[in-house]
Design a protein around this ligand. Structure first.
Ligand SMILES: [Zn+2]
Length: 445
């Protein structure tokens, strides 16, 4: 029986697999990670070279990976995950999502958000970027739950000043009220706990926001140094509607460009159907994209030509987009992304681009997400970074119980991506603090 360390300092002995910031990989069959009292990594390398090997908690044959980063999720939507596959986006929102978000009041958030964060941690996600609902008090409750749980989180109150599901508000008050409430939430939560919690101004998307809402929210985000997140170019019906609502705009991206929404602190979810010119301008703006392939397949939204985007230099991380994505697991998202690329190849799409290898997906889900957030202290197991790490048992992914997990890194990553098991994540830490959710290694003996 092995007990996982609950707080730093500690040392863990395990197989180590992590992308490195210089483009290489840490691939150590028998390694040790040392974490200091502040939760920073002070050593990551072979057990034979660590001074803490004798005292390290021995997790072998588990694999230590950087914690996964989910760049796009919707907290109130979790209860309806897996429902409504194949509906078009706007119908799905009306039928399955807006009723849930409308009922996401403080009491519901207090009940559901702690369970949601445990579910993210159990899936190996140590950083989540999430939309709450329209209500400031339940957004507040979601932040409180994240603060207590220990997960790293970026959260924002959804802003909508048209097509709103707030039946009580007067049309003339919506814009001002939403801006004031978001401003107050950002003042309270952005940067809390030494930057573990951040605020994202969250205009839902151009269909449900006026030009003023987009512009004013972007200007508030800049004033706070906070994030600005929204959806872009997810589905054909949505794109058509945006061009109808913003007749002066040349394309969908132009709506956010004119609002001053693009930049290094901006995360755009989906971005599937972009023209070459939109890709070029998005990259030039320094904005980041949350690629949500499981969601895109579930709602038949489309298939992102990720290879072409990466060739153009786009900053891309991964998002579950629960509940349009059926699972919180970023491992499942990687699999959906890989399947999407296979289909692009099979159907001869000219812009399929170079397909990612399993290790490329792992890098996207960790360092890719960290780069998108501008959080260079996370995303890899390297000296000086914060110990946001997960322990995964690769034995859960073998086809037959007596098989040994692969020794080659690419094969190991392939198993984690193509045969993820709901119980394979045994432990998750943020800054060296153990998160509730994963079962812990002692549960398997
Ligand atoms: Zn979404």
């Amino acid at each position: 029986m092995t007990e996982l360390p609950a707080r730093p300092p500690f040392a863990l002995r395990a197989r180590l697999l992590s992308p490195l910031a210089d483009g290489g990989w840490l691939d150590e069959p028998d390694g040790v990670v040392e974490v200091d009292v502040g939760g920073r990594i002070t050593f990551a390398g072979p057990a034979s070279e660590s001074s803490s090997t004798a005292s390290a908690v021995d997790l072998r044959p588990l694999v230590l990976l950087p914690g996964l980063i989910d760049l796009h999720a919707h907290l109130p939507q979790l209860p309806n995950a897996g429902l409504g596959s194949g509906l078009d986006l706007l119908t799905w929102l009306d039928r399955y999502i807006f009723p849930l978000e409308r009922s996401y009041d403080r009491a519901v958030a207090e009940r559901q958000a702690p369970a949601a964060f445990r579910a993210f941690a159990a899936a190996g996600t140590t950083t989540v970027v999430a939309y709450a609902a329209l209500w400031p008090d339940s957004t507040d409750a979601a932040f409180e739950a994240a603060e207590a749980h220990g997960i790293r989180a970026v959260i924002g109150k959804v802003m909508m000043d048209r097509l709103t599901y707030d039946a009580a508000i007067r049309e003339t008050d919506i814009l001002e009220t939403s801006l004031r409430q978001s401003d107050e939430l950002a003042s309270r939560w952005h940067g809390r706990d030494d930057g573990r919690l951040s605020y994202a101004f969250t205009p839902r998307f151009a269909v449900s926001c006026s030009a003023e809402m987009l512009r004013e929210s972007a200007s508030l985000a800049a004033r706070h140094g906070a994030y600005w997140q929204t959806h872009l170019s997810e589905d054909a019906g949505e794109i058509e509607e945006v061009l109808r609502l913003f007749p002066g705009s040349t394309d969908y991206l132009d709506v956010y460009e004119r609002a001053g929404g693009l930049g290094a602190r901006t995360i755009l979810a989906h971005a599937i159907h972009l023209s070459d010119d939109e890709v070029r301008r998005l990259v030039a703006s320094g904005s980041h994209v949350a690629h949500c392939p499981a969601s895109n397949l579930f709602l038949s939204s489309g298939m992102m030509p990720l290879g072409r985007y990466r060739d153009a230099g786009m900053s891309v991380g991964l998002g579950s987009d629960v509940a349009a994505g059926p699972e919180v697991s970023i491992f499942s998202v990687m699999r959906a992304g890989a399947v999407t690329q296979r289909v692009l190849e099979l159907t001869g799409r000219a812009d399929a681009g170079r397909a990612l290898r399993p290790l490329d997906w792992l890098r996207l889900a960790t360092l890719g997400g960290a780069a998108a957030l501008g959080q260079e202290s996370i995303g890899s197991i390297e000296v000086g970074r914060e110990a946001d790490v997960i322990a995964v048992d690769p034995r859960f992914t073998t086809p037959l119980p007596e098989d040994d997990p692969p020794t080659v890194a690419e094969d190991l990553a392939s198993r984690l991506i193509f045969r993820p098991h709901p119980n394979m994540v045994r432990g998750a830490w943020v800054r060296g603090r153990l998160l509730a959710g994963p079962p812990g290694v002692d549960a398997i003996g």
